[in-house]
Design a protein around this ligand. Sequence first.
Ligand code: PLP
Length: 390
Amino acid sequence: MGKQSELIEASKKHLMNNYGPPIRAMVRGELARIWDADGKEYIDFFAGFGGGGITGHCHPRVTAALQKQAALLLSHGNFFTNPNQIELAQRVTSHAFGGKVFYCHSGAEANEAALKLTRLYAGEGRYKILSFHNCFHGRTMGGLSLTPENKQKGFEPMLPGNVKVPYGDLNAVRSAIDSETAGIFVEPIQGEGGVNIPTPEFMQGLRAICDEHDLVLTCDEVWTGPGRTGRWFGYQHFGMTPDVLTLAKAVGGGAPVAMCIGGPRVQDTLGPGTHGCTMGGNPLCTAAALEAIKIMEEDHLVERTAAKGEQLMNALRTANVPAIQAVRGKGFMIGIEIDRPAKDVMNAAMEAGLLICLAGTNIIRLAPPLVTPDADLDKGLEILLNVLRA
Ligand code: PLP
């Protein structure tokens, strides 16, 4: 029995089974490469569901920032602030629409904050939130309420007043709004739902409807931001601006950092005592996130991702592999529709040394870290095409 199989067996005894049994035990990473407990190396186009998204695994600058901060101060509670959380908020909001930040650790938590902000802004009697078919907004009761019914089974009743309409259908949005509606949650590109890209007209239409009815428009950019789509934020592809932006995964540089950013209209809605998160914005995790954002700025990773993502998608489209039915995406958020179960391809790719992600039964999702070296992009593509040709 290898070290890895021992760890997997032990995990079954000690970890809840909500993710199913682990398929590998991971022990080490370096940018876009990761190693399992038996020493097998993988190119990582999965990046922990996008969580290692900007700087990949153990970027030397992020590691150094964490080591330095670990010797200074780890946490302090939120009656206090620290320089890292202030500079991080200033830098991230400067690439969006200004505004103010609430810190937490996960995408679901950032969306909970946005939900509470929306209800508070809307005032008494306005509580309904619109979201979209095939969306995903997290696993807490609030996020789950916004997410499609197939993930809610056994956890009902959900929050009252959640209405789901088809993604892209502005008429359905208009018909679903009434005097009790408080806001709309939308992913600027749906991730879990299959890498679905909306039209600018749809996204701009949502903005117009929210303005007309004084609704709070939240863009859930837990997958799409920052940088993944070749723009700082996904909404920037569509010529509109939301009121609230939620970020997690990539923004932490590998550490658990999430942000709910309120734009000027709603930034002061969550007043003292309305919300909180004990470890949110702690100096340790924000040190990693801050360094990742600085690397993004200095190394022009947003522009690189736009260019390299286009190259990768073109290579997939022109590879002449019959299994590939369609390729869509922006930057390093790429969906490949295939003619066979995506799970089989994911498993075969893993055996061949490449980690990839799924979005539904027949869609592969690629999410390389933004720092992935050219050689690893080429190698990952070669492995994937070989698996799809087999
Ligand atoms: N929102 C979106 C768009 C997501 O893709 C996810 C997770 O995949 C979440 C929210 C939940 O994030 P977390 O798992 O960090 O709670």
